[in-house]
Design a protein around this ligand. Structure first.
Ligand code: SF4
Length: 367
């Protein structure tokens, strides 16, 4: 069995109601899930399924596909049927595609009521169809597509404006006794976004989907999302997350999982604890850390591996690690739980660490 998670140093999770997105629960006591969105044309069924398979392999829990046209809607049955993880259809403008997605067997539909013309008339029908099919919804409010009336009232997409819009849209569904939905209130500014979710969290028990829109290229988007999600999740707010990056979606999933692992909201797998290097380093720590990371990739056990640049502080600094190396004089001291077990030439460091990691992994599997 797997060792249990260390206790999170976080606020207790906000009490949200639980909904189902296919086989994945969102909200309540369900683990915080990681989502991404395909970048392939949805009409290209094979390419989309291939990308979904890659996302699944990377640990993605739920995938979303865009449905901007009738041709995309026609591709949904095949995608929903063959995907290994629940598929959410992302629909902005046309209620008819909402019905198509429900009929296609999608696990959920993301709607943006602010963007759907005459949406009010259609809410009852959408609620009834979703309820019949056991499909949940996400009400997704975006700063960029805020309801015109609210934009006029607030002047710009403030946190209050986003929340007003979301609460109003939620009430439309609740009037039809439909409650199987989560909400997102996205903004590209993490500070505005955090405030919006804090306000929204106080207004109801809806499960919340966290996202920073247009977060940017990989580096900036990773930092923005980590700061925003970290702030909210550490306060117990957030039930499912999507990191948006101008980068391949597998990268979004990796970042999302790493954020949850950093907060002890998901079990840590392989963790490389490498030193930043300093004037005492006797080895190229960056290269060694990269090689060790690559060599141990795919290890499925929670293993902390320390890579230290010198023998002066190495083992001592990494006593909490399961395994590690401290380099010096062209050699590597290999240590397990802070005790040096052997010294090997620098060229053998990576293979020795892999051997030792396998050995430790076996004892963990037996435990
Ligand atoms: Fe510097 Fe050694 Fe510490 Fe790395 S382990 S930061 S090289 S003192």
């Amino acid at each position: 069995g797997m060792p249990s998670l260390p206790p999170p140093v976080l606020a207790p999770r906000r009490t949200s109601r639980k909904i189902s997105v296919g086989k994945v629960d969102v909200g309540g006591d369900a683990p915080v899930s990681v989502q991404s969105m395909t970048t392939t044309p949805t009409t290209d069924i094979n390419a989309t399924l291939q990308q979904i398979a890659e996302l699944t392999a990377a640990g993605c829990d739920i995938v979303r596909v865009a449905v901007p046209s009738a041709d995309d809607a026609e591709a949904l049955p095949a995608i929903a049927q063959k995907s290994q993880i629940p598929v959410i259809a992302d629909i902005h403008f046309q209620p008819k595609y909402v019905f198509a997605a429900i009929d296609a067997g999608c696990a959920a539909v993301r709607v943006n009521p602010g963007n759907i013309k005459k949406f009010d008339d259609k809410v009852g029908e959408i609620a009834a169809a979703a309820k019949d099919a056991g499909v949940s919804l996400r009400i997704g409010v975006n700063a960029g597509s805020l309801d015109k009336r609210l934009l006029e009232k607030y002047g710009k997409p403030t946190p209050e404006a986003l929340v007003d819009s979301a609460v109003w849209e939620a009430s439309l569904f609740e009037e039809h006794d439909f409650h199987d939905f989560k909400i997102s209130v996205k903004h590209n500014d993490p500070v505005v976004m955090v405030r919006a979710y804090e306000l929204l969290a106080e207004r109801g028990d809806w499960p919340l989907h966290l996202g920073v829109t247009e977060a940017g290229p990989a580096f900036q988007g990773t930092v923005k999302s980590s700061v925003a999600f970290g702030t909210l999740l550490s306060r117990g707010i957030g039930d499912t997350i999507r990191v948006s990056l101008s980068a391949p979606p597998v990268e979004e999933v990796k970042v999302g999982i790493q954020i949850l692992q950093s907060l002890n909201l998901r079990e840590r797998k392989l963790e490389i604890v490498s030193c930043p290097s300093c004037g005492r380093a006797q080895v190229d720590v960056y290269t060694l850390a990269d090689k060790v990371t690559a060599g141990l990739e795919g290890m499925e056990v929670p293993l902390r591996v320390a890579v230290m640049g010198c023998v002066v502080n190495g083992p001592g600094e990494a006593r909490e690690a399961d395994l590690g190396v401290a380099s010096g004089n062209g050699k590597g001291q290999i240590f397990v739980k802070g005790e040096v077990i052997k010294t090997v030439p620098e060229a053998e460091i990576v293979e020795t660490l892999i051997e030792e990691a396998m050995r430790i992994a076996e004892t963990m599997d037996e435990a």
